[in-house]
Design a protein around this ligand. Structure first.
Ligand SMILES: C[S@@+](CC[C@H](N)C(=O)[O-])C[C@H]1O[C@@H](n2cnc3c(N)ncnc32)[C@H](O)[C@@H]1O
Length: 482
């Protein structure tokens, strides 16, 4: 409770601080007038900060009905936390950073952020910094147990790569952080994960710095995938070319401006597209995923001969999150299922997305369906088991204890035991109540994300099997009308 009160006070201070910097949700403001300068909050016309437990937590809701395309928030350049700004304000930082030209722009921004945190209350950005999340669930922070809970090799590999990339970037940046005499806890790997996750999940794009910049108040928008509102999950992907983000820097007003991506009713959450991401990419960069993500992709491994039967790049051959094989995957498999000596003559049909013959289409559909079945069979748990496990994880999170452990362990056997082992928790001999440490609570959150991810993956494969079976049955009935 105390924590909540403190968070709400900090937020109030942030909105007032932002108002003093000219950040505003007033649609009529220009650079020359700052209607919020004397106000106690930069928000009063368009947006208010609310909590959306199921959709990103802290975010914005509409204060009134909003129209698509309307300017909803403006952050003047001096309020943007850029590398340039931080270094201009601190000569010592600037001198030290310039001695390390091999560090990447995002490594430098992460160091600058930690350096600013190290200043505590004396930082000009203090009011902003105390409102940043304390933890992130990005892949780079996944421990061994959480990585394995992803179950799918590609995903485990992506998590391992994220961890090792973070480790090597941290080691490279450590010398600079030590030169800057950061406190040991700010030089730790844990602090590095925090800083680099802040950078990857909260920066916005600016043309003059490829690290992007931190955008106070503007970074409170939660995410909706681009195209979501026009597609509907399961519908055909809209051919409309939409802008992938809803905010950009505008030179004429010297501000970062955010626009409503659709019409919103008063009270609805106002969301922002950060770009097009698969669920695994969302986990990697932002530490969350969407149950219905129109941009999700499931890659299935093909035999080398299948890749070489067409010129489609590997990354274009996948199954859409809603279960349909991608255009390129279908095209490649149609060619592969054609005898090699006939491939040239039907190539133009395959590349334009046409079916080649009923037999060819049926063998392609059977191949994909068998492949999906085989993948599902090889995974350690079924969809039903994952659903049950998720509901148990939810209960554990609700009560913050592991209750009636023996009963739970019976249902989920090894995975629960592995969690207990990984968290250093002992299974009470009598199956009694175990209180969870902060570390275990964090681990449970990541474990849940891993289970949600693999469940979505499995559902896509099941949807793909249904898709293939529908095509097979419709082609069979055409072939054999009797
Ligand atoms: C730019 S911040 C958005 C504001 C954030 N909720 C906060 O409290 O500061 C991005 C982070 O918000 C969370 N988030 C954004 N959109 C989400 C969504 N649709 N579902 C779940 N979490 C989301 C993720 O933790 C992500 O890393």
């Amino acid at each position: 409770m105390e924590e909540e009160e403190e968070e709400s006070k900090n937020l109030e201070k942030l909105l007032q601080w932002a108002a003093n910097l000219g950040i505003t949700d007033s649609p009529s403001s220009t650079t020359n007038e700052n209607p919020c300068l004397s106000s106690s909050s930069c928000l009063s016309h368009t947006l208010t900060v609310s909590n959306f437990p199921e959709n990103g937590g802290r975010g914005f809701s509409a204060l009134r009905d909003l129209t698509k395309g309307k300017l909803i928030l403006r952050i003047p350049k001096p309020a943007l936390m850029t590398r340039q700004r931080l270094m201009e304000d601190d000569h010592k930082l600037s001198l030290a950073v310039h001695k390390h030209p091999s560090l990447s722009s995002t490594q430098i921004l992460s160091v600058c952020l930690l350096y600013e945190v190290g200043k505590g209350r004396s930082s000009w950005w203090y009011t902003y910094l105390v409102n940043l999340p304390r933890i992130y669930d990005v892949l780079a922070g996944f421990g061994e147990f959480e990585k394995q809970a992803l179950q799918v090799d590609d995903a485990i590999w992506a998590a391992e790569k994220a961890v090792s990339k973070a480790e090597s970037e941290w080691k490279e940046a450590k010398i600079l952080m030590e030169e800057l005499k950061l406190k040991p806890q700010l030089v730790s790997f844990k602090a590095w994960i925090w800083a680099s996750a802040t950078v990857s999940s909260r920066t916005v794009h600016i043309a003059w710095d490829d690290a992007g910049c931190l955008c106070p108040v503007g970074d409170l928008f939660n995410y909706a995938a681009p195209g979501e509102e026009s597609n509907g999950f399961g519908d055909k992907i809209s051919a409309n070319l939409q802008r992938l983000t809803d905010g950009w820097f505008e030179e004429d007003v010297n501000s970062y401006c955010f626009y409503a991506r659709e019409n919103y009713k008063k009270g609805e959450q106002v969301l922002l597209s950060y770009g097009t991401y698969t669920n695994l990419e969302l986990l990697e960069h932002y530490g969350f995923l969407l149950n219905e993500n129109p941009n999700d992709k499931v890659f299935v491994s093909l035999d080398p001969g299948m890749y070489s039967s067409s010129s489609w790049p590997k990354e274009s051959q996948y199954i859409h999150g809603y279960g349909k094989p991608s255009f390129a995957l279908l095209s490649a498999l149609r060619l592969w299922a054609t005898p090699p000596h006939q491939r040239r003559s039907v190539g133009y049909l395959a590349y334009s997305g046409c079916q080649l013959s009923a037999d060819n289409e049926m063998s392609v559909m059977k191949w994909i369906s068998n492949k999906c079945h085989a993948i599902l069979k090889n995974l350690p748990t079924s969809i039903d088991e994952d659903i049950l496990l998720l509901s148990t994880i939810n209960k554990i999170q609700d009560f913050n204890t592991l209750n009636k452990l023996e009963k739970v362990s019976l249902a989920f056997g090894s995975e629960i035991c592995k969690f207990l082992e990984a968290s250093g928790l002992q299974n009470g001999k009598n199956g009694g109540v175990l209180s969870l440490s902060v570390k275990s609570k964090l681990s449970i959150g990541r474990w849940k994300l891993a289970v949600q991810w693999r469940l979505r993956y499995k559902r896509t494969l099941v949807d793909c099997i249904s898709y293939c079976e529908e095509i097979i049955s419709s082609l069979s009935s055409k072939n054999d009308p009797g």
